[in-house]
Design a protein around this ligand. Structure first.
Ligand SMILES: C[S@@+](CC[C@H](N)C(=O)[O-])C[C@H]1O[C@@H](n2cnc3c(N)ncnc32)[C@H](O)[C@@H]1O
Length: 253
């Protein structure tokens, strides 16, 4: 065995992808369209922004300012480079390397909290309750989360998600959690199969294929590749039983 850090390999895969979780530019735009009109220059908080696939889309969709938070500095460095490449003025983007469980940001000022594929780290209800105070009264949150499409999933896929995301809920369960955390549900939008493959799983397959020759003798790296490949294979087999869904929410006054 070498002393290769599996997390380093995981990051090497992720930094070579256009985004860091299931989703697409179209899906971000479709969820955004479900929002009521925002102020002309909204203050937006993107939590678990990764390399900023959604951050950049929000900057295209609005004339507002985005504060992009992630715990992984290399993702935020890539986000800043991409924003610079698109000519985003410095005044419109702030990156913050921080734990979204312990945010030191002003409360009651944001018009929109956006978070794609990250709230599972806290739990849907816990995350919403923790983040709500950062919103101005009556403002909005748009959050994508992995969701059961059935009350009775097959044993194999239940076992996988029980390990990866034990509190994963159904649409109705997450809607009730949002209510309890102080939100009204304004709408929902499911990712399509293409939204998983085009910008995330497809590039991940290519990335693993490209990295394989460099890591052929490293079991730690091969184990990381295998884990990712197993996740993709499970999605191919069980996508009728789970998926990603955006929840478009309004803070109750
Ligand atoms: C599945 S990725 C999604 C990234 C991005 N939203 C996207 O869709 O491409 C989840 C992100 O949440 C970040 N993250 C996980 N736990 C976090 C925490 N406690 N505080 C801040 N960011 C966190 C990870 O670093 C990662 O970038």
């Amino acid at each position: 065995m070498s002393d290769l850090d599996p997390f380093k390999v995981f990051m090497e895969i992720q930094l070579g992808l256009p985004r860091n979780g299931p989703g697409s530019r179209e899906a971000t735009r479709a969820a955004f369209k479900l929002l009521p009109p925002l102020p002309s220059e909204p203050e937006i908080l993107d939590l678990g922004a990764g390399q900023g696939a959604a951050t950049l889309e929000l900057l295209r969709l609005t004339d507002g300012r985005v504060t992009a938070v992630d715990i992984m500095k290399p993702f935020l460095d890539r986000l800043e480079a991409n924003a610079e490449g698109e000519g985003v003025p410095e005044t419109r983007l702030r990156t913050l390397c921080a734990d979204f469980e312990d945010l030191h940001l002003p409360q009651g000022v944001f018009d929109l909290i956006w978070s794609e594929g990250a709230i599972y780290n806290l739990g849907f209800e816990e995350g919403l309750a923790l983040w709500r105070p950062f919103l101005a009264p009556g403002r909005y949150a748009v959050i994508s989360d992995c969701i059961w499409k059935t009350d009775e999933p097959s044993l194999e896929i239940r076992h996988f998600w029980d390990e990866a995301y034990p509190s994963m809920g159904t649409l109705a369960e997450n809607a009730a959690r949002a209510q309890r955390a102080g939100f009204e549900v304004l709408g929902t939008h499911w990712l399509t199969e293409d939204d998983w493959w085009t910008e995330y799983y497809g590039p991940m397959k290519d990335r693993i294929r490209a990295l394989l020759p460099d890591y052929a003798g490293a079991p730690e790296a091969l184990a990381v590749f295998k884990e990712e490949e197993e996740e993709m294979e499970l999605f191919e087999r069980f996508q009728d039983q789970y998926g990603y869904c955006f929840f478009v929410l309004q803070a109750k006054s």
